[in-house]
Design a protein around this ligand. Structure first.
Ligand code: NAD
Length: 417
């Protein structure tokens, strides 16, 4: 507590001692006057400080107001693999980003990396929320001024979707409806939606174009197709700018090694081929199982279209730039070149430098021989094409991150490979 006005009681011996030609009563008067001045000064300083602080508290957060020249993007699922890479690119491009994620699958570690790279006020905020909670989503939209939404958040494993279909319809279809309703209510005008080649099912003709009929064969693909249908129906009577991007198989990671793909260990069994490659290289699983060697393809194994996450994120940025009110753009995001599973395995061995054991097994039901895109529409309309995708190099980049992050985003470790 401040006690500047009343000098402490002097020791008796000093009280009556003449000092500098003045006697004691005069000194006391002066020191009480100085004390009062000091008190007033201190109180004034305190008031200024309090006023300053209260004005900081009351001034609107930069996330709550639109700023000319700054695009504020809500990135749902920004703690996940693709969403975190997209956030990095948006921030590098000087956009403002709000990540909303329930961390059910993503990593807070990825958000921390992004926050450390962009610590300035008004660049990045993270909101922990579940998109299934419409009230929470509505609150987020009412407290923030978004210019666009990139909706990545989803559960995204084909195998898991066949075991727990309701989870997929809820998480993908129903949550997309929640996001779209909030956007409509709060007048957010640009929507970029993460869709998938799984919405096409097993088309007879390759390559897949955007007009290839969609006939998904698993709950994951069906849930995404339903979400697309909801978006398309809504957009018929709205001035929203919509871009639907149907990704093929995503691989790779940040070329500068800041971010990577780190799915939960319990999801490994449902995982994707690149995850399996790295797990096999690390010895977490005994080797790779190639299911089916008698498909109608040059080497008998299935063919897929792999796209590097850096290229994919670039497609999102181009989609954001070219999005137009009342218009819907639907685009395949792939290279247009298929690679066989055998080619993938060879690339994986080369990228990791490890002689991975490979077992060749009979076909797995539900797999189709060839899936690859025709990316001419996105090239013509968005001026996008895959520039970074090279199977071995993309895997090499991802492997580098995997080696130095053996616990994912848990604890970075010095590479021991
Ligand atoms: N990875 C691929 O090869 C691929 C291919 C095609 C399409 N996609 C799509 O891309 C998107 C991102 O995929 P990813 O590979 O980055 O997946 P991911 O699991 O790494 O990221 C998804 C993120 O969404 C979050 N999330 C999930 N449900 C949520 C909810 N209810 N509320 C809030 N946050 C929630 C998770 O916590 C996670 O951080 C998904 O929509 C997926 O369907 C991915």
């Amino acid at each position: 507590m401040l006690n500047l006005g009343r000098p402490r009681a002097q020791p008796r011996s000093t009280r009556s001692m003449p000092f500098g030609g003045m006697d004691y009563p005069d000194t006391k008067k002066k020191s009480s006057f100085v004390g009062k001045i000091l008190l007033v000064a201190a109180l004034t300083a305190l008031c200024i400080l309090m006023l300053k602080q209260s004005s900081t508290f009351n001034s609107p957060s930069p996330f709550s107001r639109h700023e000319p020249g700054v695009t504020h993007v809500l990135v749902t699922g920004g703690a996940g693999y693709i969403g975190s890479h997209a956030t990095l690119r948006l921030l590098k491009d000087l956009h403002r980003v709000t990540i909303v994620d329930n961390l059910s699958r993503g990593n807070l570690g990825a958000v921390k990396v992004l926050q450390a790279l962009f610590p300035e006020a008004g660049r990045l905020q993270f909101i922990y929320a579940d998109l299934g909670d419409a009230k929470a989503v509505n609150k987020i939209f009412s407290e923030n001024s978004f210019d666009a939404v990139m909706h990545f958040a989803a559960v995204a494993y084909v195998g898991e979707s066949t075991l727990d279909p309701l989870k997929y319809y809820h998480n993908i279809t129903s949550n997309t409806l929640v996001v779209l309703e909030a956007m409509a209510t709060h007048g957010v005008k640009t929507f970029i939606y993460s869709s998938t080649c799984a919405t096409y099912g097993e088309p007879e003709k390759m390559p897949i174009t955007e007009v290839t009929p969609q006939a998904p064969i698993n709950p994951y693909g069906k849930a995404k197709k339903m979400a697309e249908d909801i978006i398309l129906d809504f957009s018929k009577n709205s001035d929203m700018a919509v871009m639907i991007l149907r990704y093929f198989n995503v691989i790779g990671s940040d070329p500068e090694g800041r971010l990577g793909e780190a799915p939960r260990p319990e999801l490994r069994e449902h995982g994707r081929i690149s995850g399996a490659c790295f797990d096999a290289a690390r010895g977490i699983i005994p080797g790779l199982k190639v299911k089916g060697t008698d498909y109608d393809t040059p080497d008998g194994t299935c063919i897929r279209d792999y796209i590097d996450v850096t290229d994919l994120v670039d497609a999102h940025v181009k989609a954001l730039e070219k999005a137009k009110p009342k218009k819907v753009g639907i685009y395949n995001v792939g290279t247009g070149r298929g690679k066989s599973v055998k080619e993938f395995v060879e690339a994986c061995k080369k990228a990791t430098g490890i002689e991975i054991k490979v077992d060749f097994l009979p076909r797995r039901p539900g797999d189709y021989a060839k899936v690859y895109s025709d990316p001419s529409k996105i090239r013509q309309e968005l001026n996008w094409s895959a520039r970074y995708t090279n199977l071995t190099e993309s895997l090499q980049t991802a492997w580098k991150w995997q080696k130095s992050h053996r616990d994912g985003y848990g604890t970075p470790v010095a590479s021991s490979y």
